[in-house]
Design a protein around this ligand. Structure first.
Ligand SMILES: N[C@@H](CCC(=O)N[C@@H](CS)C(=O)NCC(=O)O)C(=O)O
Length: 211
């Protein structure tokens, strides 16, 4: 298998973290430079179908995009440690928090960063109004996660799951523009500190000081 990847970008980071939690190392990583447009070449577009990373190319030539779909596929190949849920109820709760983390926090944070960070002007016609709206939406939604974490050790329940990976990476991407969650969110702060220390947190990331 080949994983098309790029450093720093949040969606490929989900897959790298997921692989690190599973202890999977036997796949080829192909690093693309997005700023140089390496994900927009006719060859890559013919494979992936769209100009996005991550993409996982299987040995039979099938290409899976969408970071969560890639993680689900990897979960089937490498079921332990389980990160998507073991029974109907647990799987649904994890899915619920994964989608909340993605839609309410990660997506607006990505848009906020994309419309703000000077380096990303190569990928986006930046608009300060869109930037501000999305940054505020992401920060507001951190309160929802904080409330959940006041009653649950992890987002998906009593153990670490993919829901934690998705939400944490979304929030952490804000550091690219020095956007941090409000300090009064103590439950979120407790969880962020624990997440930061997991081995997957550093997978494929340039070494940076924690915020
Ligand atoms: N929903 C997709 C989003 C993939 C995505 O947006 N990837 C970004 C990097 S984080 C990308 O490839 N951007 C290229 C561009 O904007 O031109 C997923 O979860 O994989």
């Amino acid at each position: 298998m080949k994983l098309y990847d790029t450093p720093l970008a949040p969606n490929p980071r989900r897959v790298r973290w997921f692989l690190a939690e599973k202890g999977v190392t036997d796949l080829e990583i192909v690093t693309l430079n997005l700023i140089a447009g390496e994900h927009k070449t006719p060859e890559y577009l013919a494979k992936a179908g769209l100009a996005n990373v991550p993409a996982l190319e299987l040995d039979d030539g099938t290409v899976i995009t969408e970071s969560v779909a890639v993680c689900r596929y990897l979960e089937s190949l490498y079921p332990e440690p389980n990160l998507f849920g073991r029974d109907a109820k647990e799987t649904a709760i994890i899915e619920m928090w994964m989608r909340r983390g993605e839609m309410l926090v990660a997506t607006p944070m990505m848009l906020g960063v994309r419309h703000t960070h000077p380096a990303l002007a190569a990928l986006e016609k930046q608009d300060p109004v869109i930037a501000e709206y999305n940054k505020q939406s992401a920060l507001r939604a951190c309160r929802i996660l904080d409330r959940r974490l006041s009653e649950s050790e992890w987002l998906g329940g009593p153990r670490f799951t993919v829901a934690d990976i998705i939400a944490y990476i979304g929030i952490d991407f804000g550091r690219m523009i020095k956007l941090l969650p409000p300090e009064d969110l103590s439950h979120l702060g407790r969880w962020m500190a624990v997440m930061r220390d997991r081995p997957g947190a550093k997978a494929g990331m340039p070494q940076r000081e924690p915020a």
